[in-house]
Design a protein. Structure first.
Length: 700
């Protein structure tokens, strides 16, 4: 648009009521959650592949990014009756720019919203296959009887001479469609005097389609606050942007480049792509002399680095709500007694409770936490334990109603490298049992407080550590509000707060109930760039801990390069530490370790040791002794299993040989009997059925 036409152009903003809609079955109005001036912008809907099957499209100049970040949610309603069509909390694509910004064109002026559910009460519009030619007839949907002819058309702008006067205030972002097919050619952006009357500026739909082809986060989209514009003297609203985004500069400092601003839009989350992979062999030392016949204990760390060091602070968050009393269906504690479902004597209604509390979902959560801790390296990883439930519903006799109500979430053990303290805390959690409702938001907030060392925490923060939450739950949020939607919203807001602080949440939805309504666990992971893990069978939770990793280490292989034999066992732990038991040959042995990160980076290290059978093995640091013992126990079980398997195979072979021998003897005996019968000239009469048997006659 030229300087003169831009100066007199009429930006179609969010103004007063517009004319009655001519085709409101294709349009909706956007209403921000809560009171906000400048709401009710026009949007229409385009189809996309995948759920929910559509996106909402409007003009970028019609929406204030800060107001969207403040509200957190926009609801789309029909123009006439005001009924809900659908809603959104996320951008599907990176927002475009208002056409009047420096360097922008009409084609850039769009915003695309990811939808909470498929729109109801409106039909989806189809995009035009090509730009309209000059002279083509088009209509502006939503404005009563407004049509015109295309005067100019190229990739950056379409200009339309309107048939007559029209008040188009409030219709910015409305679709402009081909008069015959009804396909969308672009979005209404502005109107100015031109030709014999009014001329409309239209942003070609091609800009929207190019953006839709590259959605944010694979189609999940990003929360409005993630992409709120930075505060500056030019954009204004500095305090509001700072409040909406949680950043002193809005989404990014004003002096950042576009690439830096894009990185900052992820709210300081750890970059999932390491710059290098460093592999360390910490045990044994080079040229160590080993004498243990079980093999060489080899241990170290694989570090997918973004800087010189990598440390982890982990908050293990355990759901202790009443539903975790239910049985898992497996013998969690291995005592040979399988917990069966039964009624809860403390509940006012039937709620399944494990007859063996040590086989409950809560017991599985505790066992999974122990499994995880067993593999962590206390030299580089601290862990904390947080539990959450909520105020129990007071039912039953008065003495039950008088029970002390516990906090919705509390820290059982602050961040520590002394895993024995965490083990004792897990014992306390298991002994105390399950009670109450499910306040997921409180669990996330409490974990965030501990990891950051905020006011009220019991932990001392480490500003250099990567901060991880492992979140276990078997249900859906039932607190702090009375409706499911509000409770889910509270969870997502808590996750957003954690994400802004650089906390990553790996969530585990345990059991059918959690997977029937998984939005909270799915989204808390997505918002913070974590991983969501569905665990339909609660009995599988503990074995799944073997595969948990937040160090971006995909695989570690250990072998004796001198003999070509692989390790008896190799274990890779969540924080990138690893250990193995490797067979040795008498004399010199070169041990080789290969590691690969999640992004394909590889590293190889070797260490030479000497095996002297019966000799004394070198000192093993205290923090590695338990890992060595676990490997030795696993090897012992493996050998025992191998012996049992060998004995079973030998027993099967003996049984097979005995069976063959019996068959041979049976056949030989039958042949001998036949020969005897002939030699003794015996005739055997077989009586007819029902005939009386003759008594034997005495021999003479």
């Amino acid at each position: 648009m030229g300087r003169r036409s831009r100066a007199i152009g009429l930006c179609i903003g969010l103004v007063v009521a517009a004319p009655a809609a001519a085709d409101d079955s294709a349009l909706a109005r956007a209403h921000l959650r809560g009171p906000a001036p400048g709401e009710a912008a026009a949007v229409f809907f385009l189809p996309i592949d995948g759920e929910p099957g559509a996106v909402a499209v409007g003009a970028a100049h019609s929406f204030d990014g800060t107001r969207l970040a403040e509200a957190g949610e926009v609801e789309f309603r029909l123009e006439a009756e005001g009924s809900r069509v659908t809603g959104s909390t996320r951008y599907y694509t990176r927002p475009g720019r208002a056409f009047h910004e420096p360097g922008a064109t009409l084609r850039d002026d769009f915003v695309v919203f990811a939808l909470a559910e498929r729109p109801r009460g409106v039909h989806l519009l189809q995009p035009a296959e090509s730009l309209p030619r000059p002279g083509a007839r088009v209509r502006i949907l939503g404005a009563d009887a407004v049509a015109g002819s295309v005067a100019r058309s190229d990739e950056t702008r379409i200009e339309v001479d309107l048939d007559g006067p029209a008040d188009l205030r409030g219709w910015g972002g409305a679709p402009v469609v081909e008069d015959g097919s009804g396909r969308v050619v672009g979005l209404l952006q502005s109107v100015w005097p031109g030709g014999a009357g009014l001329r409309a500026g239209v942003g070609p739909i091609g800009g929207v389609l190019e953006a839709i082809a590259q959605p944010l986060d694979g189609g999940l989209g990003r929360l409005f606050a993630h992409l709120a514009p930075p505060a500056s003297a030019a954009t204004g609203h500095g305090e509001r942007r700072r409040a909406a985004t949680g950043s002193p500069f809005g989404a990014a400092p004003p002096d950042q480049s576009a690439a830096e601003a894009d990185a900052a839009s992820r709210r300081g989350l750890p970059d999932p792509s390491p710059r290098s992979l460093r592999l360390e062999i910490e045990q044994p030392r080079p040229d160590a002399i080993l004498g243990d016949a079980a093999g060489a204990f080899v241990a170290g760390r694989a570090l997918a680095l973004r800087d010189e060091t990598r440390r982890f602070d982990i908050a293990i968050v355990v759901d202790t709500s009443g539903s975790t009393k239910a049985p898992t269906g497996v013998d969690v504690d291995g005592d040979g007694v399988l917990g069966e479902p039964g009624p809860d004597p403390l509940a006012g209604f039937y709620e399944p409770v494990s007859s063996d509390p040590d086989d409950s979902i809560l017991a599985a959560e505790v066992a999974a936490a122990r499994k995880l801790l067993a593999g962590l390296d206390p030299r580089s990883t601290r862990a904390a334990l947080v539990v959450f439930a909520g105020e129990p519903v007071p039912v039953g006799p008065a003495f039950l109603r008088a029970l002390e109500v516990r906090r919705a979430a509390l820290t059982e053990e602050p961040l520590t490298s002394d895993y024995r303290r965490l083990s004792q805390a897990l014992d306390r959690v298991r002994e105390r049992g399950a009670l109450g409702k499910t306040h997921m938001a409180a669990g996330i907030d409490q974990a965030t407080v501990e990891l950051l060392g905020l006011a009220g925490s019991l932990s001392t923060a480490d500003p250099t550590s990567e901060k991880i939450v492992l979140f276990f739950t078997d249900g859906v949020p039932t607190l702090p509000y009375g409706t499911e939607a509000d409770n889910v919203r509270a969870v997502l807001l808590a996750a957003e707060r954690a994400g802004r602080a650089g906390v990553r949440i790996h969530s585990f939805a345990i059991g059918p109930e959690a997977l029937e309504g998984p939005i909270s666990t799915v989204e808390m992971a997505a918002i913070t760039s974590g991983i969501f893990t569905p665990v339909r069978d609660p009995g599988n939770l503990v074995p799944l801990m073997e595969g948990v990793s937040f160090a971006n280490v995909e695989a570690v292989q250990v072998a004796n390069a001198s003999t070509g034999e692989g390790a008896f066992q190799v274990r890779v732990h969540a924080d990138g530490s690893w250990d193995a038991l490797v067979p040795l040959a008498t004399g010199r042995n070169e041990l080789e370790v290969r590691a690969r990160s999640g992004d394909g980076a590889e590293a190889t290290e070797r260490v030479t040791v000497h095996y002297a059978p019966g000799g004394a093995s070198p000192f093993v640091p205290a923090e590695l002794v338990s890992k060595r013992n676990q490997l030795l126990e696993a090897r012992l079980l493996e050998l025992r299993h191998d012996r049992q398997e060998a004995e079973r195979r030998r027993a099967q072979e003996v049984r097979r040989e005995l069976t063959l021998e019996i068959e041979r003897e049976r056949a030989a005996a039958t042949q001998r009997a036949e020969r005897q019968r002939k030699e003794l000239e015996l005739e055997v009469e077989i009586p007819a059925p029902g005939a009386p048997l003759r008594s034997p006659q005495p021999s003479r």
